[in-house]
Each structure stands twice: as C-alpha cells, then as structure tokens.
Design a protein around this ligand. Structure first.
Ligand code: CFM
Length: 543
C-alpha cells in the first residue's frame, strides 16, 4: 500500500519534484514550463506565467476559444438559439456534456437540449458557407421562432473568411429578431479564456440594456459567473428568494436572454467566476455605475460570508435579520453533517487542476473537511486569478491577447447610477472591498505547488510524489488518474452529482467526499498492463 506524505510539520518543499519534472523537457521548453510553476509562499509576492500558448505536443487539459464562448458563457441560456457555424463535430462534442441545467417556466422557450449547427461540408469550405448559414437561420426561425440567435464561429469559418457579423446584420433585418455573431474560432486565443472575453463583449454590446424593466424588488442584483452546473444556481436562487433579494439575471446559469436585457437595472453585481465574466462586471460599472464584488458560494462558510456581504451592502435591518436567520438555520444542518463526516476526511490530501476558478473555490470546501490542498492550478486563468487583481497593470499584453477586441465603454448619461457610485464610496470608507479578487496563491499554504496549464506528464509525477487521496479535474484526466490508484472527482461536470454550491451543496459534497475518500478501492486495482503488457513497441531504426 502506498504511503502518503506526512504533512504534520507543514508541506514538503517540492523543489526537487519540480526539477525532476523539468529534467525531462528539452532545455527551451523546461525554461518555459518553469515559469508556470511556483513553490507557493503566501507571505511573498510571487509571479506565475499564465495565459500563454500551450507547447505543441504536450497533453494539455485546455479547451478551445469556441468552447469558452459558445459552451461556457452562452450555453446555459435557454431562450436563444446558439447556432454553430461549422462542421458537426464542434457541435456534437459541445452537446449537453457540461451538465448546465435549466428550469423554464411553463410554455417558455428552451432550446438547450438541441444542437444547432450549419453542418459545414467540404464544398462550403471551398466555396464559402455564408449562404448555408443564412438558410440555417431561416430554418431555425421557421421551426422555433426564437427571440434571439447567436452565431458561433468555428475554426474553418475564420480560415475561409465567412463574415458571420455581416450575415447576422442582414438576417436581423430580414427576421426582425436579435441576431449577433461571435468571432470565437477555436484558434482565436490560447484557450477557452479568449472565448469568455469574446462572449462578454458581444453580450454586452448586443443584449445588456435592451429592455428597461421596472424595479420589482428593494434589492436587485445579478449573479455573474455562475453556470448552474449540476443545479448549483437552483440552490443559490432558493437562498436569494428567501432573503428577499431579487435576482434579475444570472450570467448565465438557468438564465434567459430576456433577463440579461434588463440586467443593467441591478444595484449590485456579484462575481462568482472571476475569470469568465469579470469583463461584463467592469463594463456594467463603467456604463451604468453598478458596483461589483467577488463572492464564493462554494463552501458553507463562503456562502454565509457572501450572503452577509450582500446584506451589509444594502444596509437594511430587515434584510440583515433575514440573512442571519437563514445562515443560522442552514449552518446548523451543515455542522451536523460535517461533524459526522470530518473525522473520516480530516488529514487527507487533495490536488485540483481545473478551469479558471474552481481550483481555488473548491479549496474552501475541502478546508471545511480538514482536507489539505497540496498542489493546484488552473487550465487557462490569467495571472490575476493566481496572484490577485492588483497585478493587472503589470500583465504584458501579447499578440494573442491583442487578437481579442477591446471595446470602449462610455457612461450612459441617462441611466448611470450616481447613487450607487456614492454608496460604493461610502462602503469603501467603512472597509468594504469592491472590484477585487485576491487570487488563489495568497490563500494557499506555504510550499504548496502551483502549476499553470498542467499536463499529463506533470500529473503523473505529482501523484507519484504526493500520493494524494483525491484528484480533482475533468474527464480527460479521470481514467488516467484512477488507473494510478487515486480517485478522481470531476469538478467541471461534477460526474453525476451536485449541486455543490450553497449550504445544501456543501452537504452534498461532504457526503460524497466521505464516500470517495473513505475507500481504498482505487489503490487495490492494478491496471492489467502493469503485469502483462499488451503492446510492446520498438524502434525500427535509430535515426
Ligand atoms: Fe469559470 Fe466555470 Fe471555471 Fe470556466 Fe470551464 Fe466550468 Fe471550469 Mo469546466 S466558467 S472558469 S470555462 S467556473 S466549463 S462552469 S468547470 S473549466 S473552473
């Protein structure tokens, strides 16, 4: 049986492990990879290299720009037809695999179970696909009569030069509905992160502000960067509703395009996933004066803290009392489950390599179970998600980032909320923090190993060194890791579980971790090829 690292006197210094990992690479590549690895010291300012191109040939966890735009940001919105202009494979592999759920009202449009594609063929690549795209839009109109259509560009669209924006303009005119395009070709950026930015820009330009709904609640908010994976948004909606907080729109879990149209009438934006949506938060503040702050509803403590911060912002006795009542009631349930589970999970080791925010958020949930995160990293986050937003002015803008449109946002003289600006200022004076994200590294232990855009070779070495009890990542890593004897929890799709957000979510996660951390089954199975190699390879020549 494998013996895991003893961490009673702090985490072991992983410098040797780092050297061993790097020794395998050619010198130039080792130099580059080294900058993406940090032996963490939260008492110091440390720099990590992030958001740069993956080295060709390395088995990355990353996805493409189209995935970040179509799948991540727009995918969970149910009443828009998300039409993919491209070969069918791009649609097929983006079809319902993310487990973002939705709950339409009776009779309301819900297109999420469909995969809409222009199904480009060779002849469209050679002669152009714009005519086919127009036909697809007409067909979609006839069959579904939607309120809006988004057109998503896949790699070939950019290569052959189809102008999705011109088609969108023309078809908007012809159909009378809102149609807009995204230049989110898979290769457009270094990862799905570019797709988030492109999606934010287009949604802000073409959707936000279209409809000025009258105020319905005393406290109106938007939740940005929550995508309702495994039903997370449902749990948060339950809490807001009980507290009397009117959730205008979520970007974009369990959302409608209609609700995004009046989202600019909110008093406050809460940012959950900073990486994917901070652009809209910033742009809404510029244009309408709506302040934002970062929240984390992953973990019971985080949920309580986030709800309390919202109550503090609105500074209303009734709301504060209600929030306290909810927190007290829910925490009692949480504590009861935690007390039963924690003795079995305490002292275990986890590592997580996920996306652009969950590798940080889930550390809070593991902390509640007494599980230490020994190593973590994002697939595609930027330096600010690691080091904190204060580094943004120092981030070098490279050619890949310049490739993404920066839109200029100006103040809306009519709708700008001077009252909110004054409120933010007053709250800041009282010590409340806005427009900030502290990042992952300052909140991780000394000597934890932080790695950006981790690859399979590095994953194997990490497992060999730390012998963790739990590895959190996605489907591409799952079976490789399990064959190495370590259970893997998917933190993208949640496997078949969830919700994990909010109080109920924390309870679900505790119970699941008790089960997953409490079994040695993965350590007992040996991959068959360890004893009996099935394929033996040899070089035909030594050239
Ligand atoms: Fe934000 Fe996400 Fe994430 Fe993300 Fe994603 Fe996702 Fe993720 Mo998968 S928006 S960065 S692009 S929290 S799909 S819901 S789980 S990689 S950590």
């Amino acid at each position: 049986m494998v013996k895991k690292k003893d961490i009673t006197n702090g985490l072991p210094d992983p410098s040797e492990l780092m050297d061993e990992i790097l020794a395998k690479y050619p010198t130039k590549i080792a130099k580059k990879r080294k900058k993406g690895m940090v032996v963490n010291d939260p008492s110091e300012e440390q720099e990590i290299q992030a958001n740069i191109r993956t080295i060709p040939g390395i088995i990355t966890q990353r996805g493409c720009t189209y995935a970040g735009c179509k799948g991540v940001v727009l995918g969970p919105t149910r009443d828009i037809i998300n039409l993919v202009h491209g070969p069918i494979g791009c649609s097929f592999y983006a079809w319902l695999t993310r487990r973002n759920q939705t709950r339409p009202a009776e009779g309301e449009d819900n297109f999420m179970m469909y995969a809409f594609s222009t199904d480009m063929q060779d002849e469209n690549i050679v002669f152009g696909g714009e005519a086919k795209l127009k036909d697809a839009i007409r067909e979609a109109m006839e069959l579904f009569n939607p309120k809006a259509i988004g057109i998503f560009s896949t790699c070939p669209v950019g290569l052959i030069g189809d102008d999705v924006h011109a088609v969108a303009r023309e078809m908007k005119e012809e159909t009378g509905i809102n149609i807009f395009g995204f230049s989110c070709e898979g290769y457009r950026g270094v990862s799905q992160s570019a797709g988030h930015h492109i999606a934010n820009n287009q949604v802000f330009k073409n959707v936000v502000g279209l409809n000025d709904r009258d105020r319905k609640g005393k406290f109106q908010i938007n939740l940005l960067g929550e995508y309702n994976i495994g039903g997370d948004a449902f749990e948060l909606e339950r809490l807001f509703e009980e507290a009397g907080i009117e959730l205008l729109s979520t970007f974009s879990g369990n959302s409608t395009i209609k609700s995004m149209e009046y989202s600019h009438t909110a008093d406050l934006n809460l940012v959950m996933c900073h990486r994917s949506i901070n652009y809209i938060a910033e742009m809404m503040e510029e244009k309408y004066g709506i302040p934002w702050f970062k929240v984390n509803f992953i973990s019971a403590e985080g949920t309580a803290k986030s709800l309390r911060k919202v109550a503090e912002f609105f500074d209303d006795a009734e709301l504060t009392a209600k929030v306290e009542e909810i927190v007290a009631r829910e925490m009692a349930k949480v504590e009861a489950v935690k007390a039963a589970v924690k003795p079995k999970t305490e002292g275990k080791l986890a590592m997580m390599f996920v996306g652009g925010s969950r590798a940080h958020h889930y550390q809070d949930l593991f902390n509640e179970l007494g599980v230490t995160t020994v190593s973590a990293g994002y697939e595609f986050a930027h330096r600010d998600d690691y080091e904190g937003r204060h580094v943004i002015p120092n981030i070098k803008i490279d050619a890949d980032s310049r490739n993404i449109e920066e839109i200029t946002v100006t103040k809306d003289e009519e709708l700008f909320r001077d009252d909110l600006v004054a409120k933010k200022k007053a709250m800041e004076e009282k010590g409340m923090e806005f427009s900030d994200y502290v990042g992952m590294m300052p909140e991780m232990k000394k000597n934890s190993l932080v790695i950006d855009d981790v690859n399979h070779w590095e994953t194997e070495k990490l497992i060999e060194f730390y012998k963790p009890d739990m590895f959190c990542a996605g489907i591409k890593e799952k079976y490789v890791v399990q064959k190495l004897g370590v259970p893997l929890k998917q933190l993208h799709s949640y496997d078949y579980g969830g919700p994990y957000a909010g109080f109920e979510g924390a309870i679900n996660f505790y119970v699941e971790m008790e089960r997953m951390l409490g079994t040695d089954i993965w350590k007992m199975v040996d991959a068959p090829w360890k004893s009996e190699p099935e394929i033996v390879g040899s070089f035909a020549f030594n050239g």
